[in-house]
Design a protein around this ligand. Structure first.
Ligand SMILES: Cc1ncc(C[n+]2csc(CCOP(=O)(O)OP(=O)(O)O)c2C)c(N)n1
Length: 480
C-alpha cells in the first residue's frame, strides 16, 4: 500500500481559532519567525501523542502568548502578569489528576513574576513550566527584560544594556536549579532543527513528569523574536546561536525525574459549612418560584451592549439575579475593555438549567443593543433563530439579520416617559421577560426591593413601573 502523508494540526490545537466574535482564523497571531508558534506546536503534538488533551490545563501569561487559550484544545486560564505559577499551583492542587502547564515569557516569569516562580519551584508544585526566553519584552514593543544580554539594544536600552546601571542578564535556569525540589531543569533552543528536536524531547519529558505527578519541571527555551530584535528569521536564529547560547548555555541542569517519588498532597476540600462561614450565607435555599415550562427562548446566552452609562451592566446583573431566584444556573461577565472609552460596553449573561462552562457569550441567542455600534457589532455573531432587541430611540438603522426575531423597542424613550433615563435598564429587563417568556413580570416586581436594597420607595416604584412598561410594550406590539 502506498504510504500517505496527511498534513494537519495536532489535536492539541483547536481547529479554527476564534479570536474575536465573528473573526475565525486558521493561523496564530504570532509574527513570522517567532518561536512561540514552534513551542506551541511541540506542546500540542505531545498532548495528542500522550492522549492528554482532555486532562491538560494551560495557564497563559501576559505577553505575546497571552492568547494561547485561543489555540490549545485544553482547559485554559489566562492570568495576571507573572502570576501563572500561583494560579497553576491552585489548579494543580485542586485537580491533582490534571496536567498543568505554566507557559510564560521572560518579562512575565523573571521580572514581574520573579517571586512567584521561585516559590512554586521551591514548593515543588506538580506542573510543567515552559519559559520562553527571547531576551526582550516582545508584546509591548521590545523593552529590556531581565534576560536582555549585556550590550543588547532594546527600546529602553538604546545604547545597549549597561551592566553598571541595568545589572546582568539573569540566568533563570541556574537560579531554579538552586532549589531542592525541582525534578527537571533544562535549557533548550529553537535556533535550528537539531535544537528544536531537543526542545521536543524536553517538552515531552516535562509533560510526562506532570502526568506522573513527579513535581516541578522547568524548561527554558531560547526563542526568536525577529520583530523585537529587528532581524529577519535567519538572522534571529543565528543570533541565538552566537549571542544567547554563550550567556545561556544549553543542556540539562538537573534530571531526577526517574527516581523522584510521586507527589501526593491532600486535596483542599471546602464543604458547605466552610463556604457558609466565609461568605456568610444563612442557608442554600431551593427556589420557590414556578418556572415557565413553555418559555419562548431557553438556555439564554445573552449579550447586553451599549454606551458606558446606559445601565448595561445593571441590566445583566438584574437578569442574572432574577434567573438565580428562579433556580436557574446563571453567570454574568462584564467586559471592561477599551470600549469603555467611547465605543461599546457589554456584558455576557447566561441563564440555563445546565451547568455553565464558559461564562463568555460568543454565540448569543439573544442580544440587547442599546446603541448603534452595539447593534452593528453583535448582530453578526447571533445564532439563527435567536431574539434581537434594539433600542429604537437611539438607533436609526435597521438590523440586517433576517434569520432572527427582531424586537424594535424604544427603550430609552419609555424610560424618559417615566421621568428618568436611568430606568432604561429595567425597561430592558421587562422586555426581556416578555420576549423570552422566562420570567413573570410580577415576580420581577416583587424581587425589586431585594435587588435595590436601601433605595427610596420612589426609586423602587419607578423601577417597578419600568419593568411593566417594557413587558407590556413587547406583548402589545409583537406576537410573543
Ligand atoms: C501588571 C502589568 N504590568 C505591565 C504590563 C505590560 N506588559 C504586557 S506584556 C509585558 C512583557 C511581556 O514580555 P515577556 O514576558 O518577555 O513575553 P513576550 O511578549 O516577549 O512573549 C508587559 C510589561 C501588564 N500588562 N500588566
Amino acid at each position: 500500500m502506498e504510504k500517505k502523508t496527511v498534513l494537519r494540526k495536532p489535536k492539541g490545537f483547536i481547529d479554527v481559532y476564534k479570536h474575536k466574535p465573528g473573526a475565525e482564523k486558521d493561523r496564530t497571531h504570532y509574527c513570522p519567525g517567532c518561536g512561540h508558534g514552534i513551542l506551541h506546536k511541540l506542546i500540542a503534538e505531545a498532548l495528542e501523542d500522550f492522549d492528554l488533551v482532555e486532562k491538560t490545563i494551560i495557564i497563559s501569561p501576559v505577553g505575546c502568548s497571552v492568547f494561547a487559550y485561543y489555540y490549545f484544545h485544553t482547559g485554559n486560564l489566562q492570568v495576571a502578569h507573572g502570576r501563572a505559577p500561583a494560579v497553576a499551583t491552585a489548579v494543580s492542587r485542586a485537580n491533582p489528576d490534571s496536567v498543568v502547564i505554566s507557559y510564560q515569557g521572560d518579562g512575565d516569569l523573571a521580572a514581574i513574576g520573579g517571586n512567584n516562580i521561585h516559590q512554586a519551584a521551591n514548593r515543588g508544585e506538580n506542573m510543567a513550566v515552559f519559559f520562553v526566553n527571547n531576551a526582550i519584552y516582545g508584546m509591548t514593543g521590545g523593552q529590556m527584560a531581565p534576560t536582555t544580554l549585556e550590550g543588547q539594544k532594546t527600546t529602553t536600552t538604546p545604547y545597549g544594556r549597561n551592566v553598571k546601571t541595568d545589572g546582568y542578564p539573569i540566568q533563570v535556569c541556574e537560579l531554579i536549579n538552586t532549589f531542592t525540589a525541582p525534578v527537571y531543569v533544562t535549557r533548550t533552543s529553537l535556533q535550528d532543527m537539531a535544537n528544536i528536536r531537543k526542545t521536543r524531547t524536553a517538552v515531552r519529558k516535562a509533560i510526562m513528569n506532570a502526568k506522573n505527578k513527579k513535581g516541578f519541571s522547568f524548561v527554558e527555551v531560547l526563542s526568536m523574536c525577529p520583530s523585537g530584535w529587528k532581524k529577519d528569521s535567519l538572522q534571529s536564529q543565528q543570533w541565538i546561536k552566537e549571542s544567547m547560547v554563550p550567556r545561556f548555555p544549553l543542556g540539562v541542569l538537573r534530571d531526577i525525574s526517574e527516581e523522584a517519588e510521586t507527589i501526593e498532597r491532600p486535596v483542599p476540600v471546602m464543604g458547605h459549612e466552610e463556604v457558609k462561614k466565609i461568605f456568610g450565607y444563612s442557608e442554600f435555599k431551593a427556589s420557590t418560584i414556578q418556572k415557565n415550562t413553555e418559555a419562548n427562548l431557553e438556555k439564554i446566552s445573552l449579550r447586553v451592549s451599549g454606551f458606558g452609562g446606559q445601565g448595561i451592566m445593571s441590566t445583566g446583573i438584574v437578569l442574572a439575579n432574577v434567573g438565580m431566584e428562579y433556580g436557574y444556573n446563571v453567570s454574568w461577565l462584564p467586559s471592561y475593555g477599551p470600549e469603555m472609552r467611547g465605543g461599546t460596553a457589554n456584558c455576557s449573561v447566561k441563564i440555563q438549567e445546565d451547568t455553565i462552562g464558559a461564562s463568555e457569550v460568543t454565540e448569543p441567542n439573544m442580544i440587547i443593543a442599546m446603541n448603534q455600534p452595539s447593534l452593528e457589532k453583535f448582530e453578526n455573531i447571533m445564532v439563527p433563530g435567536g431574539a434581537l432587541m434594539y433600542n429604537s430611540t437611539l438607533i436609526d438603522i435597521e438590523p440586517t439579520r433576517n434569520d432572527v426575531d427582531i424586537y424594535k423597542v424604544p427603550i430609552t424613550g419609555i424610560a424618559d416617559e417615566l421621568g428618568d433615563t436611568r430606568v432604561q435598564s429595567m425597561v430592558s429587563v421587562g422586555a426581556f421577560a416578555a420576549i423570552t417568556g422566562l420570567f413573570d413580570p410580577e415576580e420581577i416586581v416583587s424581587l425589586i426591593p431585594s435587588l435595590f436594597t436601601g433605595k427610596p420607595d420612589k426609586v423602587l416604584k419607578m423601577n417597578e413601573e419600568a419593568v411593566l412598561r417594557g413587558y407590556n410594550y413587547v406583548t402589545e406590539n409583537f406576537s410573543v
